[in-house]
Design a protein around this ligand. Structure first.
Ligand SMILES: Cc1cc2nc3c(=O)[nH]c(=O)nc-3n(C[C@H](O)[C@H](O)[C@H](O)COP(=O)(O)OP(=O)(O)OC[C@H]3O[C@@H](n4cnc5c(N)ncnc54)[C@H](O)[C@@H]3O)c2cc1C
Length: 420
């Protein structure tokens, strides 16, 4: 995709949520807080936004015969579920004609020229030039590969072997030890097996040792969105053998949940085919930027999905990068400095979210240092579960209690400050 503004030619590699939001933000610069997509997005979902405290998920301790709800997650405002293609469709519809979208090209690599131009090389052999290359090409980003290879070679040429090795180790994604099994269950099927099952109406998370299950109604209650996470945190950062995403069935995960409460058994029983995702992440990068190239979204910081924050962070990256690239003080001459501002703001912010998401996976699968839930009963177990709830909520409440406004203001202060 190429944007053709008057001042800078920005090439965005990848038309996922991050890339499309950036394209739209750039085209609407000066009004980026109001992307103008809210109304269209709300037409694609049955959730209605409600302000103030809203019960969002029941959390149950489920790895036993008699499971029980130990808390309800209350968020500030409704959690709105969106179907990814619908979201992308709304963004695409809003792009102006000045923004060229090309869905048939895949970037192979790029070269930064001394002139300041960046040459893009595509898989079909074609080439083009831009002033700024944005790698929004997801987990297996070709832009990240080229950027880190260039950095590692630079280190190697100066005899900095350890630095070169560290940088090169971040090129490929790593498995986090978790597999997600996703399925859609027709509500009728669940109702037939378990009339009045709570998940038919109430989003619920079933937690226990070694994994957890998430279930909530979608499509006006006609379907249940089901995800079972099987967590082997001890295998974090190892290589996953086999395809990362593939078709599967319940025999692959039912064993872990075999002794869990009847509500869980009913759900698992109703699952037919599943999509299996071996969850991969990127290792923390030293920088999202090199010269005139910058990474956003999963290309920069693919994270575990336990806070549901990956797409949101890609969107926030896009808003901050649009603020930087669209600012009148950003010119061809100072692109590297401007991109460094993006890096200084977004790298620490996203690192916190990456770690919060990682820790949520541990909390939800009862993998907490020094706490063995099997050792507690009665009031002691209840206390431990309340502590768990407080910890998770405290680390997660930024998602519903904060906005990107402060970061935008910080970005503008730096761009407009004397040192820029
Ligand atoms: C199981 C699971 C559940 C999740 N649940 C949630 C959730 O509930 N909420 C949430 O916010 N996030 C969730 N996420 C994370 C979310 O999907 C990602 O963080 C988000 O999609 C990242 O957006 P992106 O635009 O950076 O990358 P992507 O969505 O991956 O888009 C990258 C785009 O680049 C294109 N591309 C790739 N390579 C090239 C190339 N060489 N040249 C050109 N184009 C290329 C791809 O085709 C794609 O269109 C989940 C992830 C997983 C695995």
């Amino acid at each position: 995709m190429q944007n053709a503004p008057k001042r800078l030619r920005v090439a965005i590699c990848g038309a996922g949520i991050g890339g499309l939001t950036l394209a739209l933000s750039l085209s609407r610069y000066h009004d980026i807080e109001m992307l103008g997509v809210e109304e269209d997005l709300l037409k694609t979902t049955e959730n209605k936004p409600v302000q103030g405290p809203v019960p969002s998920f029941n959390w149950r301790k489920s790895d036993q015969q008699a499971g029980f709800t130990f808390t309800t997650l209350v968020t500030n405002g409704t959690l709105i579920t969106l179907h990814r293609p619908d979201f992308q469709g709304v963004l695409l519809k809003r792009l102006p004609k000045s923004c060229r979208v090309n869905c048939s090209k895949r970037l192979r690599t790029y070269t930064q020229r001394e002139s300041g131009l960046t040459e893009l090389v595509f898989e079909d052999g074609s080439r083009t030039f831009c002033d700024v290359l944005v790698g929004a090409d997801g987990l297996k980003s070709a832009t990240r590969r080229a950027l880190l290879t260039e950095r590692a070679n630079w280190m190697q040429a100066r005899g900095r072997w350890q630095d070169a090795a560290d940088i090169a180790s971040c090129i490929d994604p790593v498995w986090c030890g978790t597999i997600a099994y996703r399925a859609l269950i027709p509500a009728e099927r669940l109702r037939a097996v378990a009339p009045g099952h709570p998940v038919l109406t109430t989003p619920t998370q079933y937690l226990g040792k070694g994994g957890y299950i998430l279930g909530y109604p979608i499509s006006h209650g006609r379907m249940i969105n089901f995800v079972a996470f099987v967590c082997r945190h001890d295998l974090e950062n190892t290589k996953f053998d086999g395809p990362w995403v593939g078709a599967s069935d319940r025999s692959q995960f039912a064993g872990l949940f075999a002794h869990w409460e009847p509500e869980v058994q009913a759900l698992v029983h109703c699952v037919d085919k599943t999509l299996r995702w071996a969850i991969h992440t990127t290792k923390p990068l030293r920088s999202f930027v090199s010269g005139h190239t910058v990474l956003i979204g999963d290309a920069a910081h693919a994270m575990e999905p336990h806070q549901g924050s990956g797409a949101g962070q890609a969107i926030e990256d896009a808003c901050i990068l649009a603020t930087v690239l669209g600012h009148p003080r950003t010119t061809r001459e100072n692109i590297p400095r401007a991109l460094r501002i993006f890096d200084e703001i977004r790298r620490p912010a996203t690192a916190g979210v990456v770690e919060g998401s990682r820790m949520n996976g541990r909390y939800f699968s009862f993998e907490i240092e020094g706490v063995d839930f099997d050792r507690y009963t009665g009031a002691q177990l209840w206390d431990q579960l309340q502590k768990l709830k407080s910890t998770v909520v405290k680390k997660w409440e930024w998602t519903w209690n904060s906005s990107i406004d402060d970061s935008i203001q910080d970005t503008l202060r730096r761009l407009e400050g004397p040192e820029f």
